[in-house]
Design a protein around this ligand. Structure first.
Ligand SMILES: *[C@@H]1O[C@H](CO)[C@@H](O)[C@H](O)[C@H]1NC(C)=O
Ligand SMILES: *[C@@H]1O[C@H](CO)[C@@H](O)[C@H](O)[C@H]1NC(C)=O
Ligand SMILES: *[C@@H]1O[C@H](CO)[C@@H](O)[C@H](O)[C@H]1NC(C)=O
Ligand SMILES: *[C@@H]1O[C@H](CO)[C@@H](O)[C@H](O)[C@H]1NC(C)=O
Ligand SMILES: *[C@@H]1O[C@H](CO)[C@@H](O)[C@H](O)[C@H]1NC(C)=O
Length: 425
């Protein structure tokens, strides 16, 4: 009896040492428009009831895609509620976050026309919805990796005259401080917006949680791509364990590396092309593991990687770089794209064929300067004192995003302090 008690005591002690050493990452899920907390299957995610919004109307929602969380409500913002509305969420500890917003369609009909609007986080515009978004699974949400430095976050929705912004859910999930570090240029002054995240080969589109991934990686959506083009490649998959997958700072799920696309003798190059917004910088992450049993040692498969005519990586030998077969290798690079197409080509040098497991592409966005906080508070006081109606929409930062300043406010950037000041009303 005493022995068992001792054993239990030792077990509990050890459990507590490890729980103190690893604090769980912060995570918050909000079900917009919901009057009470909601738990959804099969992941048992707990969604908090709606809070923190500056206006808008709660309504029943239509989910545009099967990947949209199974929630029944949303919040929408007709123009009578002002041209910009925000969620201001406090008590979010300083850190690095993945913020994801799912869009909804108002009402119970799929025919409802899709709204187009702009989204900003902490005053920086991160995205404009594109026509046809509700027909494409990976466009029914926007996701951005952001540093929060003020124990709070402000997420705003800006009308552009194409229907009422409608938001189904907001997720704020802490990730590693160094997640997606891409080199010296990377800093707290940038935001990475997910443009594309592809898992190559057989299978279904999935989230990290479906793959049994580590929550410290966030909960990424991996869209399945079965081919880059007709007969140019073939899928391959294995169940063999993959080494070095779930490592910091990005904690990729192991399953990601168990399937791949391999080029064919007909078409030895593997080429993926994506339409993008021109004149932006993109951070590209390429995932490999040698899972093809025709390659057993270093030197047997070597290829170059070309992105839009530039040699991004020369002589990539997965086995040599990762240290073994069935071992994960992640390469990243940052490219400026002037045109509308981003093309990634893998060109074999040794061995006839190229292989790739997954691709991630982010837009690199510079964080905007903010308006000095005394002036924001002064304007908010003025708004209350004057009893301005909601349709004025004085929410968020008065001067940024620069595309959507407050109505009736003149702003000027003070270049020496790097913040906006109110020049006049
Ligand atoms: C929302 O749906 C519920 C049933 O799911 C219904 O009782 C309610 O009336 C609906 N509300 C609106 C505004 O349509
Ligand atoms: C991304 O690549 C750069 C070199 O280009 C490297 O310094 C950095 O560590 C890489 N990031 C990760 C997370 O592997
Ligand atoms: C792209 O990156 C370069 C530096 O590499 C920078 O000078 C330029 O302003 C960036 N462009 C955009 C649109 O952020
Ligand atoms: C930080 O947040 C507090 C309240 O949440 C606000 O009063 C203050 O102005 C903010 N500071 C900056 C620099 O945004
Ligand atoms: C601009 O910022 C500088 C440095 O913070 C400050 O000394 C100056 O007064 C500011 N100018 C205006 C017009 O506010």
């Amino acid at each position: 009896m005493l022995l068992r008690f001792l054993q239990l005591w030792i077990m509990l002690r050890f459990a507590c040492v490890s729980c103190a050493a690893r604090q769980d990452p912060f995570a918050m899920h909000i079900s917009c428009g919901a009057r009470q907390n909601v738990q959804t299957k099969p992941t048992n995610t707990l969604w908090r009831e709606d809070f923190g919004f500056t206006g808008g109307i709660a309504a029943n929602a239509t989910r545009p895609s099967f990947i949209t969380p199974p929630l029944n409500t949303l919040r929408y913002f007709p123009l009578s509620e002002g041209p910009q509305n925000c969620y201001n969420i406090n008590k979010v500890p300083k850190g690095h976050y993945s913020i994801r917003i799912f869009f909804g369609l108002v009402g119970r009909s799929k025919d409802t026309s899709e709204p187009l609007f702009d989204i900003s986080i902490e005053g920086t515009q991160i995205y404009s919805l594109k026509p046809g978004w509700n027909k494409q699974n990976d466009q029914v949400f926007v996701e951005a990796l952001v540093f929060l430095t003020n124990d709070s976050v402000s997420i705003c929705f800006h009308s552009t005259g194409h229907g009422d912004p409608a938001i189904l859910s907001i997720e704020i999930q802490q990730i590693d401080d160094k997640a997606y570090y891409f080199g010296p240029w990377w800093s707290q002054g940038i935001i990475l917006r997910t443009v594309k995240r592809l898992s190559c080969g057989f299978g279904q589109s999935k989230f990290d949680v479906d793959y049994g991934g580590d929550s410290r990686g966030g909960d990424r959506f991996w869209q399945r791509i079965k081919t880059f083009g007709d007969e140019s490649d073939q899928p391959r998959s294995v169940e063999t364990r993959i080494k070095q997958a779930s490592h910091p700072p990005n904690f990729y799920p192991e399953t990601l590396y168990q399937s791949a696309l391999v080029s064919t003798n007909n078409e030895p190059d593997l080429t993926y092309a994506l339409e993008v917004d021109p004149n932006r910088n993109y951070s590209v992450w390429l995932h490999f593991a040698e899972i093809d049993n025709s390659v057993t040692a270093a030197g047997q498969r070597v290829f170059n990687i070309i992105i839009n005519d530039d040699h991004a990586f020369k002589d990539v030998d997965i086995v040599e770089l990762s240290g073994d077969i069935y071992t994960a290798l992640v390469l990243n690079t940052t490219v400026t794209v002037n045109g509308r197409i981003l093309t990634i080509t893998l060109k074999p040098k040794e061995g006839n064929l190229a292989i790739i497991n997954a691709i991630e592409i982010f837009e690199v966005i510079m964080v905007e300067s903010k308006t000095i906080s005394e002036e924001v508070s002064a304007l908010q006081t003025l708004k209350k004192a004057l009893g301005l109606p909601p349709r004025f929409g004085w929410n968020g930062d008065p001067c940024v995003p620069q595309q959507h300043p407050w109505f009736g406010v003149d702003c000027q950037l003070n270049k020496s302090s790097g913040s906006w000041i109110i020049d006049g009303l």
